[in-house]
Design a protein around this ligand. Sequence first.
Ligand code: IMP
Ligand code: MG
Length: 203
Amino acid sequence: MGFAGVRPAGERPHRAASRLPPVDDGTVGEILVSEQALARRVEELGAEISRDYEGRDLIMVGVLKGAVLFIADLMRALSVPCEVDFMAVSSYGSATDSSGVVRILKDLDEAIGDRDVLIVEDIIDSGLTLHYLFKNLRARDPRSLEVCALLTKPERRRVDLPIRYVGFEIPNRFAVGYGLDYAQRYRNLAYVAALQEGDQPAG
Ligand code: IMP
Ligand code: MG
């Protein structure tokens, strides 16, 4: 495997399945989606997207920062060529409830006119952020525009959206891990967990 002369730096013989033990800081609660379930579903989504985008001009648009782990794994599960770009948006509202008023903090590097664009999101909650993003990108005349979301909370949806690919539907709990944060922390967990009941943000 690989070039025989290359050895990983440091002494670790190979990557451990999960570098982090379960968090025991009283904030992270039960696991909603395990590392194994994530890996399996990402493979399935990758295969499905590869079938659908065969012979097309795919550009995946990751929404920073939450979708970073998901898009990194999803790209590697594709058997078709793809490009990748990123957007960062902030929605005005409380820390945990978006208002639908969205500001672009970082726009795409490339034009998407006539391209097959797939928005890759970490989680669709109310749907307001995605609704804005969808309208914004639609106006740039891509050939096609679809959405792939790792997680959705159907109970919380306030706008109806066409979400072509969904990883998992989760209950109405605040989720952290695998890219998702609570006050910018816990993105590096290898699994998706719920915040402890007492820590559920209002909303
Ligand atoms: P929406 O506009 O209400 O759909 O919210 C979308 C954004 O809010 C997501 O892209 C996340 O960044 C954030 N968000 C919503 N629910 C959660 C959650 O359970 N955990 C972490 N972030 C969340
Ligand atoms: Mg967030």
